[in-house]
Design a protein around this ligand. Structure first.
Ligand code: MN3
Length: 207
């Protein structure tokens, strides 16, 4: 029996990201969507272990897309929750330091970074994620997007360490922002936990 994955603890209450993200969205997103990724990942890994024990390679291969989708969903959301913070607990506040220096050097300014990131995230076709990552080889910040629940590692072969992910699946905003993804992406900067992003950046530059 492989290790069972679990929902990580949410570092704030469902209503604490209001008015940017409603309690209804947060409740469904965490207890239904993220929970489903965890449940289905565990199920797929269990079936994978059974197939491996029987040396059923065809079955193992057939399970890979479920592991990628649900495992990616678990990885991505586990980062996403920590990338957000209530405004009364520092959400949206970015202090100057080594990270903002890197942001300025790569993108010109925080504002220009937000503009570029937002444009790319809004333009994702269908479901996916916008990411700020740290490219280990080039020692630079990069903006990219991923489709579906593909974690950043599927696109960047683990060369890019995720720092900040924004979920642009409709389930992340539709109940509140309807079809206007651009408005959701505009508002979410008010609850970005920059301290978490900076912590991830500091770990990434040492990795
Ligand atoms: Mn989601």
């Amino acid at each position: 029996m492989p290790q069972q994955y679990q929902l990580p603890e949410l570092p704030y209450d469902f209503n604490e990201l209001e008015p940017v993200i409603s309690a209804e969205i947060m409740t469904l997103h965490y207890t239904k969507h993220h929970q489903a990724y965890v449940t289905n990942l565990n199920k797929a890994l269990e079936q994978y272990a059974e197939a491996e024990a029987k040396q059923d390679i065809a079955k193992m291969i057939a399970l890979q897309s479920a592991i990628k989708f649900n495992g990616g969903g678990h990885v991505n959301h586990s980062i996403f929750w920590t990338n957000l913070a209530p405004q009364k607990k520092g959400g949206g506040v970015l202090e100057k330091g080594a990270f903002t220096d890197a942001l300025d050097a790569e993108f010109g300014s925080k504002e220009q970074f937000i503009e570029l990131f937002s444009a790319k995230a809004v333009a994702v076709q269908g479901s996916g994620w916008g990411w700020l990552g740290y490219h280990k080889g080039r020692k630079r910040l990069v903006i990219t997007t991923c489709d579906n629940q593909d974690p950043l590692s599927t696109k960047c072969a683990n060369d890019v360490i995720p720092l900040l992910g924004i979920d642009v699946w409709e389930h992340a905003y539709y109940l509140q922002y309807k079809n206007v993804r651009a408005e959701y992406v505009k508002q979410i900067w008010n609850v970005v936990n920059w301290n978490n992003v900076i912590q991830r950046y500091q770990n990434a530059i040492k990795a």
